[in-house]
Design a protein around this ligand. Structure first.
Ligand SMILES: [Zn+2]
Ligand SMILES: [Zn+2]
Length: 277
């Protein structure tokens, strides 16, 4: 993908010809992550609501209840594959509850859809936690399909409560017309999914990572960096890591800007996986 010998080693746009870089120590770009592509809401500040009284859980939503009640740290310690299964099952349970909901069946905009929302796939998106896709059949414009995709890359660092809110959020999109965005109709549907699924009160349509989520992502990034096959430093000691042997010369961007020697020297990482060969 990155370099084809056949075409003379031309670099793909993914790695780019620009051979300057920013060091690893700079803050990762995960300070604020939208639940989806909507611009961050300025109307309501991020809140961390605490449910005043814990409602009794619906016995039919076993997996969804795990998301509502699991201890964040215990949840994050579970294998991601197992957590993905729970999330997918929770979504299935949520859909069943919602499709039987009288407001959805009779009054809600959801009636225009001819099938229930379904899980699509785990995406590699790093910018959105989830996305609802609503699409027309061109042959029958009154009919829609609706699917939800979730981020594999971001979901793995999310607290269970974040995931419960995420599912309620995306399901609300699937119950509203495609044009609803985060407007009045969507808010109405979000309140409906929240109530039906007993998801705690929340007023934002974007998600700011919690301290636990931020720490989980940082820890994973650190581990990945330490295990990267190639480690690099510039003369001023800024650290870099690469998955493959770097081709060509790279310069350290901060050092370039400071007009200091900036050539990054890469060496093979001999201590990968805690010294194991
Ligand atoms: Zn949304
Ligand atoms: Zn440097």
């Amino acid at each position: 993908m990155c370099r084809s010998i056949a075409d003379g080693g031309r670099r793909c746009p993914g790695t780019g010809p620009a051979k300057s870089d920013t060091p690893l120590a700079s803050a990762p770009k995960l300070s604020r992550v939208g639940v989806d592509t909507a611009p961050p809401s300025t109307a309501s500040p991020p809140t961390s609501p605490t449910p005043e009284s814990a409602p009794s859980l619906n016995p039919e939503t076993e997996n969804f209840n795990i998301l509502l009640t699991a201890d964040p740290k215990e949840w994050l310690a579970r294998p991601w594959k197992l957590r993905k299964k729970i999330i997918e099952d929770a979504l299935g349970e949520a859909v069943e509850i919602l499709m039987e909901h009288p407001d959805v069946k009779n009054e809600g905009p959801g009636y225009v859809y001819d099938s229930a929302p379904t899980f699509d796939r785990w995406s590699q998106s790093t910018t959105t936690l989830g996305k609802a896709r609503l699409s027309y059949y061109t042959a029958a414009p009154h009919r829609f399909t609706r699917t939800i995709e979730l981020s594999d890359k971001r979901g793995r660092y999310a607290e269970p409560r974040t995931l419960a809110i995420l599912l309620a959020h995306e399901l609300a999109h699937t119950l509203a017309p495609p044009s609803a965005a985060h407007g009045e109709t969507w808010v109405k549907m979000f309140r409906l999914t929240q109530a039906a699924l007993q998801v705690p009160e929340t007023s934002t349509s974007t998600h700011t990572p919690t301290d636990i989520e931020y720490a989980a992502e940082l820890a994973a990034a650190k581990k990945k960096r330490e295990n990267a096959p190639w480690q690099g430093t510039c003369p001023q000691g800024h650290a870099y890591a690469r998955g493959r042997k770097p081709a060509g010369r790279y310069s350290c961007r901060p050092c370039l800007e400071d007009r200091k020697p900036a050539t990054i020297t890469f060496t093979r990482n001999e201590n990968r996986g805690g010294g194991k060969k």
